[in-house]
Design a binder for this molecule. Structure first.
Ligand SMILES: Cc1cc2nc3c(=O)[nH]c(=O)nc-3n(C[C@H](O)[C@H](O)[C@H](O)COP(=O)(O)OP(=O)(O)OC[C@H]3O[C@@H](n4cnc5c(N)ncnc54)[C@H](O)[C@@H]3O)c2cc1C
Length: 506
């Protein structure tokens, strides 16, 4: 009887709470923001145009309302009002966050930053300042035209600030390091609605934390980066080779020869396991990018040609079309998710085995069109940076192993996907060269421990900064940093005050 009363009371409270959370966003925010700021409640006609884009139809975040600020001052007012009225919010740019928690935890308000979209190159200072709502493709085009370059990621659709504050890994990682290595300063709206500058000189501790855990501390309205002169006069080689399934082992053996420091800094070696639904055959694509002359790349191209590709697309030219080329198949929106683990060692036998696992899965699931991508970048530059400059913990990852799933949800289930991902990622982890999992935060799935994301040694310092800058946990919904002293054992892993973090699932 008592239990029944408890249930009835809980139900009444929930209904009451849900009703109480019905917020009139237009009435609350409208009078305080500029005329160009768009506001919509879920269900209204313009909701989808105010709401941020999201990269996948699978588990997309759900919001009661969306707001698209036009200026930094609008962002300040929105944060202030949301905080005052206890409205939960998530600021997004182009919605390429891979963390599934975004789609699981309900949030009241989406702050869509896409209108804060600007790129200003300062040729004299050798810097670029971008708005917090700019995407990668918009940045690379403009800086290239100014005779400059910046290490970014590879997909033109990804939000530039979102990418930077997690790391920023791409085909220029070998020559210039991570995107966050080029970051000079940001303007950040804090939970109180104030704007602060964060750089090496101002709020230096926070600058350390923003470079790797940046989603946890505020909304970045502007970011300034150091620029570099064009490598090889702005010309880059980017070739894609197609191989039959039989060549898979030799492609992984060639990859293993580049382990350690053996991959030239200007080069990327990126094999991709896939299934060609037209020929009904598995195949392997190999992407070679080289920021140098054709002559410099040739010895490496010769090794690839010796493996007898059956087709090739050869390119040599300016950088912007290369980014478009690298983005093919990455920037469209359908059912997708993403699994990942970092490695520093290539074990050809393991990769050959997972090639076999994938082929079985492709054959058993005609509605599945996922790929396994092994994004091998040179670690030379990243490892040469002093580690204390940023929280980013995994400069020793040489290969970012990714499983990018695409599927027809009527024929492939979430359980099928989880099962093949567990098999493939588990095998890669075992021979990765790392005892514990090294997970690049920007490629996370959402079930990793904080130690796997931020590095156990960084957790205490991060937690202290969280208490200082975001004491009410307004930011960082993907991988929230717990406040020191308020940490309990949770599914994220145990986080204890002496700085050790133990994964409870092990
Ligand atoms: C198809 C695809 C390709 C990718 N390719 C690469 C790649 O080549 N290299 C690479 O390194 N990564 C890559 N990523 C990962 C990508 O860098 C991260 O997912 C990044 O967080 C996406 O940023 P976004 O703004 O598009 O995403 P969002 O979902 O909008 O944001 C992601 C997180 O960043 C926060 N955020 C975004 N903008 C701001 C801001 N202005 N201020 C404060 N917080 C902000 C959000 O609050 C959220 O927590 C890729 C992801 C996908 C899905």
């Amino acid at each position: 009887m008592l239990r029944q009363i408890h249930h009835i009371l809980a139900f009444v409270c929930a209904v009451h709470a849900a009703a109480a959370r019905e917020i009139n966003f237009e009435a609350l925010f409208g009078p305080h923001v500029s005329d160009d700021t768009e506001i919509a409640s879920a269900g209204s006609d313009n909701f989808s145009s105010v709401l941020s884009h999201h990269w996948t139809l699978w588990k997309a975040p759900k919001f009661q309302g969306a707001i698209k600020p036009a200026t930094e001052a609008d962002v300040q007012k929105i944060v202030k009002l949301a905080t005052k009225n206890n409205i939960s919010f998530l600021a997004t740019n182009n919605g390429h966050g891979t963390n599934t928690k975004y789609g699981i935890t309900p949030v009241d308000l989406n702050i869509n930053l896409r209108n804060l979209n600007s790129v200003a190159v300062d040729g004299k200072k050798n810097t670029v300042t971008i708005g917090g709502g700019t995407v990668l493709g918009e940045v690379t085009e403009k800086i290239y035209a100014a005779g400059k370059e910046l290490p970014t990621g590879n997909a033109v659709c990804v939000g530039m600030v979102g990418l930077t504050i997690g790391g920023g890994v791409g085909v220029q990682t070998g020559t210039h390091g991570l995107t966050l290595d080029a970051l000079l300063s940001v303007r950040l709206v804090t939970w109180t609605g104030d704007v602060i500058t964060v750089s090496k000189k101002r709020n230096a501790d926070l600058f350390w934390a923003i470079k790797g855990a940046g989603a946890n501390f505020g909304i970045i309205t502007e970011a300034t980066y150091e620029l570099y002169d064009h490598t090889n006069h702005g010309q880059v080689l980017y070739n894609r080779y197609t191989f039959p399934a039989s060549a898979n082992r030799s492609i992984f053996e060639l990859m293993a020869t580049y382990d350690g420091d053996n991959l030239p800094a200007p080069m990327s070696y990126i094999p991709q396991i896939r299934f060609n639904r037209e020929t009904n055959l598995p195949e392997i694509l190999l992407l070679i990018v080289y920021f140098g002359s054709k002559e410099q790349a040739q010895p490496h191209i010769d090794k690839v040609l010796a493996l007898k590709p059956v087709a090739a697309t050869l390119n040599y030219g300016p950088q912007p079309p290369m980014f478009e080329f690298l983005s093919v198949g990455l920037c469209s929106t359908d059912y997708r998710n993403h699994f990942h683990v970092g490695t520093k060692r290539t074990d050809p036998a393991t990769y050959e085995e997972i090639f076999g696992d994938m082929v079985e899965f492709y054959k058993a699931h005609p509605g599945y069109n996922g790929v396994v991508i092994l994004q091998r970048e040179s670690t030379r530059y990243a490892l040469s940076r002093p580690v204390h400059e940023s929280v980013y913990p995994w400069r020793d990852i040489g290969t970012f192993a990714l499983m990018l799933n695409r599927w027809d949800p009527t024929t492939v289930s979430d359980a099928d996907l989880e099962s093949i991902a567990d098999t493939v990622m588990g095998k890669i982890q075992k021979t990765s060269g790392f005892k514990t999992r090294h997970v690049y935060i920007n490629y996370d799935y959402g079930t990793e421990t904080l130690a796997e994301i931020y590095g156990a040694k960084n957790l205490n310092r991060l937690s202290k900064l969280k208490g200082e800058w975001d004491p009410h946990n307004k930011f960082g919904r993907g991988n929230p940093i717990p406040l020191l002293g308020k940490v309990k054992a949770s599914s994220y892993g145990r986080f204890v005050e002496n700085g050790r973090a133990d994964d409870l699932r092990k």
